[in-house]
Design a protein around this ligand. Structure first.
Ligand code: G1P
Length: 289
């Protein structure tokens, strides 16, 4: 069955980015001129996703407004003859069908996914986490979907990270199938460095079979007292093969201030309008260090 639907859990409090995220969602922080969440929605659409559900919460209303039409703004741009900007604004609202459900309590990522169960039904689906902005020639989710279509099992995006960072991630043990593709044999959410089974971290892109919902329903709280998606996928892997994909592309952790800064520089240097002047500016700054 084709993967048509994607879940975007966006109810998190964004504490790593306070005070910027005190009253506005971290997903709306702009990378140059687009909010983080738009990059991820564009990735999902480019990968072939047709319907998105945001699992949202209080203080997240501006995400809904961003993906809605904006009649006042549109007629203002039309009057001023700003056709290019007008098209860009309209495209956001027309990109994909979007639905919303509220996660009333912050009980964890696993719980957020369970909130979208009725919308997903009995279909395989994707999960995209908004902190991870992935820049690659083939969208990261498309790489996962290609594997799903081949193996017909759940697929997680993986990246090798320095061991001193592994405790910030879900970590996997694997049997390698090829250099990039593996079968997952064990998973631990945010292990201590000495308990981590490898240096391979789960990155915020998943393709999951609907069997995960029955497991999540009964999943006890794990790390941090939260219902962890990682724990549920580990149990899923006892019943069905779960695969990992070392994706091709550059990932920026934009939930982190340094990661966000690096992403801004990287993306700016790729844009024709900034490349020259911003590059010169950075070179000048580097000379003073
Ligand atoms: C979540 C997952 C974790 C994964 C990470 C990727 O953690 O629980 O397994 O490695 O996303 O970004 P969070 O960063 O939301 O705490």
């Amino acid at each position: 069955m084709k993967v048509r639907k994607a879940i975007f859990p966006v109810a998190g409090l964004g504490t790593r980015f306070l005070p910027a995220t005190k009253s506005s969602p971290k997903e709306m922080l702009p990378l140059i001129d687009k909010p983080l969440v738009q990059y991820v929605v564009e990735e999902a659409v480019a990968a072939g996703i047709e319907q998105i559900i945001f699992v949202t919460g209080r203080t997240k209303r501006s995400i809904e407004d961003h993906f809605d039409s904006s009649p006042e703004l549109e007629s203002h741009l039309e009057e001023k003859g700003k056709d290019k900007t007008l098209q860009a604004v309209r495209d956001i609202a027309d990109m994909v069908d979007i639905f919303y459900v509220r996660q009333k309590k912050a009980l964890g990522l696993g719980h957020a996914i369970l909130c979208a169960r009725d919308f997903i039904g009995n279909e395989p689906f994707a999960v995209l986490l908004g902190d991870d902005i992935i820049d690659g020639s083939v969208p990261c989710l498309r790489q996962l979907l290609d594997l799903y279509e081949h193996y017909r099992g759940s697929v997680l995006a993986l990246e090798q990270v320095p061991m001193e960072q592994i405790s910030s991630y879900g970590c996997v043990a694997v049997n390698r199938i090829t250099d990039r593709i593996m079968e997952i044999t064990d998973m631990v959410e945010k292990p201590k460095r000495e308990e981590a089974p490898s240096d391979m971290a789960i990155i915020g892109r998943y393709v999951l079979t609907p069997a995960i919902f029955q497991i999540l329903e009964k999943q006890e709280p794990g790390r941090g007292g939260e219902i962890q998606l990682t724990d549920a996928i580990k149990r899923l892997s006892a019943d069905e093969a779960v695969y990992g994909c070392l994706f091709e592309g550059v990932r920026h952790d934009c939930g982190d201030k340094l990661g966000f800064l690096k992403a801004t520089v990287d993306l700016a240097l790729k844009r024709d309008e900034f490349k020259q002047e911003f590059g010169d500016y950075l070179r000048e700054k580097m000379c003073c260090l």
